[in-house]
Design a protein. Sequence first.
Length: 579
Amino acid sequence: MTDKQIIRREEPVVSESIANSGLPPLLARIYASRDIRSTGELEHGLNGLHSYRELAGVDAALKLLHQALSSGWRLLVVGDFDADGATSTAVAVRALKMMGAAEVDFLVPNRFEYGYGLTPEIVDVAAERNPDLIITVDNGISSLMGVAAAQQHGIQVLVTDHHLPGRELPAAQAIVNPNQLGDNFPSKNLAGVGVIFYLMMALRTYLREQGWFAERNLAEPNLAQLLDLVALGTVADVVPLDHNNRILVAQGLSRIRAGKGCCGIQALIEVAKRNASRLVSADLGFAIGPRLNAAGRMDDMNLGIRALLSDRLEEARTIASQLDQLNRERRETEDSMREQAVADLDKMNLDDSYEMPMGLCLYDPNWHQGVIGILASRIKDRVHRPVIVFTDDGNDSIKGSARSIPGLHIRDALDAVATREPGLITKFGGHAMAAGLSLSREHFPAFSEAFDQEVSAHLTEEDLQGVVLSDGALTEDEAELVLAEQLRFSVPWGQGFQEPVFDGEFEVRQQRIVGDKHLKLVLAWPSGNKEVDAIAFNVEPALLDGSLQRVRVAYRLDVNEWRGVRSVQLLIEYIESID
């Protein structure tokens, strides 16, 4: 944990609707600070979802899918190798089978052989299965050459994606993406799994209106059965949890807590040693998602998708154990890479931010392709600036994974560099806070300089200061189990709807190291009358020598459960000695 500023949020204006709702004043203030203006924004019923009818391209997609189902076409779902891509693939395959599709298969590119998306190379692999229609999920919006290759093979293509489109769209038979130009869908924050789920909801309505289910004596599918997958993919992809996404996540969590999650998710929860009945969005993001992602990072995401498609718990448990082992290997690889990267940063005078580029690019030919995104995120958190981590892709090119900070739209920054210096970047794509790109190895120095110049045009030194945003201090009377439970289960917290963080000064009564780099504490409130357990993960070595006496911390109020007993625990986001 490096030096940061703890900044308290400004006192929000609480709307009359929230003030008169009967919510505890602290919760009312927290919601107001996250721009909640009415109690309706805290409702999570499915009837609150935006209508699929506002998605551009949905009509063409429905007609294409109806033709495919009516004609018994062979359908091939082509996904991505992350958790969003895996859950998107599982939703598409499960839903299409529910609708009566005769033949549905899936294909996910191995990142080490084919890279991301519907490339011409992966189309050649797909063509061996003789599909009539390829349906992309969580990719495809930038696959101009891949779509063209599919059509040369006589394969039609339906693109479903949520990534930002480029200046030209692929010539697919239909495209559904809330971020394409002219799309009026109110929420631009759907994950890939959200987009395909919406399309499947629309297809069910369309088929009902066509008399499809009645004519074939098919039970109309309950697509709510897929919401556990939607919740997992949405949280794992770190898309902003606007109201629409909060509904999807809350509904999925509700099914999981009720024991209605699919076998794969149940098995992943077990292997992660979580309590399904008390699962929250943070568990999806930090325990379940990484184990699923490990398949695509370290091996092949087909393994993860098989878990999500399994209807036999024992089979799912076997796969989940494999995924857990892959996740352990991923952590070991990441730790090794991070140690090397930090050593490189120390050589750049880490303590003097003026010696470091504002947009930082790091490259090592031996880094693992599947872990560079996580490494970029870790380094970004350490140096508080946009970071791109590169490694070799096995050819003469290098592959980069980018992570940004508030104030810089990373995909737009890459677009600006590509426009200003054509040919420097081979390909790129992504979101505001994360992106991926490829370029020739020989172009790395020129790109690093161009990227730093682009970042410098948008950010100032003040933007590069690490900040922890706090909701203020809690009194020792407020920090009770009742409030911790309310905060934990009231709404799904996540990206863009941050879980409350509080700050305060404490006396250190006990301290011990756990797991080599984590710090377990017993803290006393300023009055000295009350103690509370706390834990800080991945602490800087300087704080592990047992000398802490008084500390200032930023923390989340959490519920620790041990042998059936629940108690309050502080999850420390930032800690500094104030002696």
